[in-house]
Write a protein that binds this ligand. Sequence first.
Ligand SMILES: CC(=O)N[C@H]1[C@@H](OP(=O)(O)OP(=O)(O)OC[C@H]2O[C@@H](n3ccc(=O)[nH]c3=O)[C@H](O)[C@@H]2O)O[C@H](CO)[C@@H](O)[C@@H]1O
Ligand SMILES: C=C(OP(=O)(O)O)C(=O)O
Length: 422
Amino acid sequence: MEKMLIHGGKRLSGEVTIGGAKNSTVALIPAAILSRAPVMLTGVPHIQDVYNLMSILAEMNVTSDFSGNELRIDPTDIVMADLPSGKIKSLRASYYFMGALLGRFGHAVVGLPGGDDIGPRPIDQHIKGFEALGAKVSDHNGAIVLNAPEEGLHGAHIFLDMVSVGATINIILAAVTAHGQTVIENVAREPEIIDLATYLNNMGATIRGAGTDVIRIEGASKLAANNAHTIIPDRIEAGTYLSIAAAQGDGILVKNIIAEHLDSFLAKLEEMGVVMDVGEDSIFVYPSGELHGVTIKTAPYPGFATDLQQPLTPLLMKADGEALVIDTIYPKRTRHVPELLKMGADIRVEDDHIKINHSEQLTGATVAAEEIRAGACLMLAGLMANGETTITKVDNILRGYDRVVMKLQGLGADVQLVDSAS
Ligand SMILES: CC(=O)N[C@H]1[C@@H](OP(=O)(O)OP(=O)(O)OC[C@H]2O[C@@H](n3ccc(=O)[nH]c3=O)[C@H](O)[C@@H]2O)O[C@H](CO)[C@@H](O)[C@@H]1O
Ligand SMILES: C=C(OP(=O)(O)O)C(=O)O
């Protein structure tokens, strides 16, 4: 296993280009098995989650070839396979194989990823949706077993009890090939859902309303990709580099951005006093002057993303006064806090409220990336700190940040990956 070494304190400058969205990609790859023809994805990020999904595809005799930023997936010789264990447990998003296999074969056995790194991640709404479509669902030793009735899944009217990205996507995957119409209410409106709908519609699906809170699907008997699909830019990676630029930059251009996807984040940066030029598909961040503490409350899109509260936290330490973070989506997403304390941060958690005070100067320390965005937070803290920071459990970062070391080095950061043994 590798660790990341950062010699902090260097000012950064130049350009960085954002990759395709991890949280789209991890849905688009499982969705490829719905296609009766090869699928081409472009703008694919180089992240471990992609490699793990490719291994899972191979278990179903689906070949995939990733070169440059293009991923070609050929599901034409797919065989139905149960996926109770193995790689399926390596990432949360493998649960999208439930909806995709159910849609393709009317049968799925999918193991649930063990451990929870950001608090409980229930899937009751996914299951409620599958059952409404006619599937029988049971739990067999930690794997979910799903079976459609003999005549196949049927359309249904589903109201989600809470806004869930995962449930919205999984139900879409199962419903696109069900008989008749499905209406899903109170769905998530994240851009990644629009991306998935665009991709499936280009395969012949009829999904309307993605991006609003009601999605309507007319079932299609067979789907087949005939165009390459370009994945939307990763708004969370973009937000991470914008934070880095505001905290440690001497002028940084972040390219390949859809600024509308970052509205609530950009509004908070402005409220803090960060000065930016928002271009058509890029944002230039000026070196920061005085910054002000703000309150962040995460919420479903278009609210402030849960995935961005931790990457913003080190910047909040540079601000005057006390800043407050309340994560309403994952209230226990605080695993960065004990690590930041080791670096000298003035931060505490009280009743699921994260309180951040101005921290004059962080110092390098050995810290653990307990989950992906906690890791991103520690990377930024390491870039800001005096001395050397060692980040262990760096796999949690590499599973979702595209070529992060190369990108940071491109901005002038002193960062490298080394083998944990060294
Ligand atoms: C709405 C929201 O901000 N979703 C974020 C969430 O998506 P992710 O897909 O992980 O989570 P969901 O959107 O599915 O869940 C949102 C909330 O609903 C709850 N829930 C979900 C499904 C279910 O069946 N039962 C249930 O109770 C979850 O525990 C959570 O509190 O984390 C991702 C990774 O950090 C982010 O990229 C998403 O933007
Ligand atoms: C927690 C995240 O990812 P995942 O849902 O894949 O665990 C994330 O993207 O911040």
